[in-house]
Structure formats: C-alpha cells, structure tokens
Design a protein around this ligand. Structure first.
Ligand code: SF4
Length: 266
C-alpha cells in the first residue's frame, strides 16, 4: 500500500465532503506532539501544493504540562522543514496542573480551547485543524451511546461561537494504524502526552474492545464511520424525528424542520 497516497485520498475525501477548506483559508494546525497531528500537518502541506485552491498552513502547540518530554524536538523538526510553528505555554493550564493534578478532561479541554483560540487569533487563522482520527470518532460514538445516552460522535466540521473559526477534523477517515506508520516513515519525533499512557480508563477499554473485534472484522472502523453518515432516524427512539401520526404514506420520519421524509419500509 502506498501510505502517502492512501492518507491523501482519505484526507482529500474528508475535506471535499465536508467543505473543510475553502479558497483563501488560513489554516492553523494544532500539533500535539503525537503521530496524528504530525500526519495531519504533513497531509495538509502536501495537499496545499496540489489543490486547485489557495490556502496557507501554519502549526501551533499548546504546552499544558502534559507532555512526557520537551516538545522542542518537534519544533526543531518543523522549523527545520520550513514550517511556521508557534508554541505557547498556557499559564492557566500549568496552574491547574499544580493545584488540581487529578483534574478531569472537561476543565483541561476548556482551558485548551481558550488557548487555541487566542493563538489562532494571533496567527490570523480562520480555520483550526485538529488531528482526531477515525479511531477517535469510533470511540466517541461508542462512549456517547454507552455512557452518556446520546447518539453522537465528534463534529467533522463545526464553528466556534460567533463563527470566528471553522474547526475541522480532516483525519476523520484515517485510522491510527496509518498515522503510526506514516509518522514513523517521516522520521518525525513523537512526544507522547501523559494521558495517553493511562490505564483503566473508558477510552482504553473501548480501544481494547474495538481491537478485539477487529481481529475478525478488519473493516470495523470503516463500517462504523459509514454508520455515522447513514442515519435511519425512523429506527431510533428520538420522537422529534418520528412520524407518530402516520402522516407519511410509507414508514417515515420527520426532520428537524418538520419536513416529512419518506423511507422505504423493510
Ligand atoms: S486526555 Fe489529558 S490532555 Fe486530553 S483533555 Fe483529558 S486531561 Fe486533557
């Protein structure tokens, strides 16, 4: 398999399907020091050269005190390749780590979001790209269904409040076996986040469960991603989308705007 071509095809598919990047965009890529964001950055730089539209790419890192080693080798690697990289130590996150070392993801990600928007403003970016992969989408889909009572995953594209930034996840179709192999082929330094080493977490349990099923069903994640893009609301339990009065000629459901959509009965 041509790794680069496969990744570019999948990233290109995501960008096209969800209109992630548009002419004139200034894209800031969040580099976490891991294999996924490095793959994302490389893929966007390669696509930038081939795309029929013009967009710029820069990279940034937020230091929240979670890296297991200095992030500087990643910076040196990026700067050595002529990639515009900015690193910011986020004071409030570092204070949080000192004061509440066992804090949860909700507060950590809230602090990070504020820092990301600040740096994106300084970079004059209008798009922020994150390295969440197909694995993250599948885990999020299961976690929400199993532990939060919602049928949802991650947004491939969304907007910050007041539409200041378009937030995109171009690796939605790229699995982590690909990002692992691709980042290794680049020879890029990978600095793990301490959280990735934690055991006994829901995330770890879901990862192990998916890996177990994948032994017999290697296209499990691709199928799950297809499911996320192929919803049959008439076979779910959300009454906002159900035709409870039988107004439809066939088994049907109502969309958000109460527009009747018909679906074939099985
Ligand atoms: S996994 Fe770690 S770095 Fe990520 S949001 Fe949770 S606490 Fe923060």
């Amino acid at each position: 398999m041509d790794l680069e071509r496969t990744i570019l095809r999948k990233v290109g598919e995501a960008i096209g399907r969800f209109r992630m990047i548009r002419d004139g965009d200034r894209v800031a890529v969040g580099v976490s020091g891991g294999k996924d964001s490095l793959t994302l950055l490389e893929a966007l730089l390669l696509l930038q050269k081939r795309a029929p539209i013009h967009f710029s790419v820069s990279a940034f890192t937020i230091e929240q005190g979670k890296f297991l080693a200095s992030i500087q080798p990643v910076g040196a690697y990026l700067l050595g390749r002529g990639i515009d990289w900015t690193c910011v130590e986020d004071g409030p996150s570092l204070n949080l780590l000192n004061e509440q070392p066992r804090h949860g993801c909700d507060i950590c990600s809230r602090f990070r979001r504020r820092a990301v928007y600040e740096i994106a403003r300084k970079l004059e970016a209008n798009v922020i790209a994150f390295g969440h992969t197909a694995d993250d989408f599948c885990e999020s889909f299961l976690r929400n269904a199993m532990f939060t009572g919602r049928t949802s995953a991650l947004p491939a594209v969304t907007w910050s409040r007041k539409k200041e930034f378009r937030l995109i996840r171009p690796l939605v179709y790229v699995t982590e076996d690909l990002t692992r192999a691709f980042s290794a082929s680049l020879g890029a330094p990978v600095i793990p986040c301490g959280c990735s080493q934690k055991t006994g977490t829901v995330r770890r349990t879901l990862r192990d469960m998916l890996a177990e099923i994948e032994r017999e069903h290697p296209f499990l994640k691709e199928t799950m991603l297809s499911a996320m893009g192929n919803i049959e609301p008439g076979r779910l339990l959300d009454t906002r989308y159900l035709d409870l009065d039988g107004n439809s000629e066939e088994s049907g459901f109502l969309s958000d705007e109460n527009r009747l959509i018909t679906v074939k009965s099985a």
